[in-house]
Design a protein around this ligand. Structure first.
Ligand code: CO
Length: 134
């Protein structure tokens, strides 16, 4: 079994502050990590849940993939991050099983991780991110 944890559930939102405030009021959640990932055109807030995270995600520019997703489908569940020991090994295994890679090779993600995205087409309609903690 290559998956070691659900790393995060990513939820695309228009207003990051409002979403953080909602999770704080509803669950008493606090932000464990916050980061702008300029290459992906997103700002994220990670709320820790046991060994996993809820990742609130907002676009930082109109041409960001997350902006396009919100435009198309509205706010809501955007992708699931699966934690793996070796991102390259897991990506190759997924491609061998018929997945369509978005990232041809693992690349840097937020909070110092190594990540690779796999297309929803070929993965039963879910955008998957493989996450390796370094
Ligand atoms: Co993610």
């Amino acid at each position: 079994m290559l998956l070691t944890e659900i790393d995060h559930v990513a939820i695309a939102v228009n207003d990051l502050e409002a979403a953080i405030d909602y999770y704080r009021r509803a669950f008493g959640a606090s932000v464990d990590h916050r980061e702008v990932v300029e290459s992906d055109g997103v700002e994220e807030a990670l709320l820790k849940v046991a060994e996993s995270y809820v990742q609130l995600l907002t676009p930082t520019r109109p041409d960001s993939p997350v902006a396009k997703a919100i435009e198309k489908r509205g706010e809501g569940l955007h992708h699931v991050g699966y934690r793996v020991a070796d991102c390259g090994v897991a990506l190759a295994a997924m491609v061998a099983a018929g997945a369509k890679a978005i990232d041809a090779a693992p690349r840097p993600g937020s909070r110092g991780t190594t990540v690779a995205f796999v297309h929803p087409k070929g993965s039963f309609g879910t955008l998957i991110e493989l996450v390796q903690e370094n």
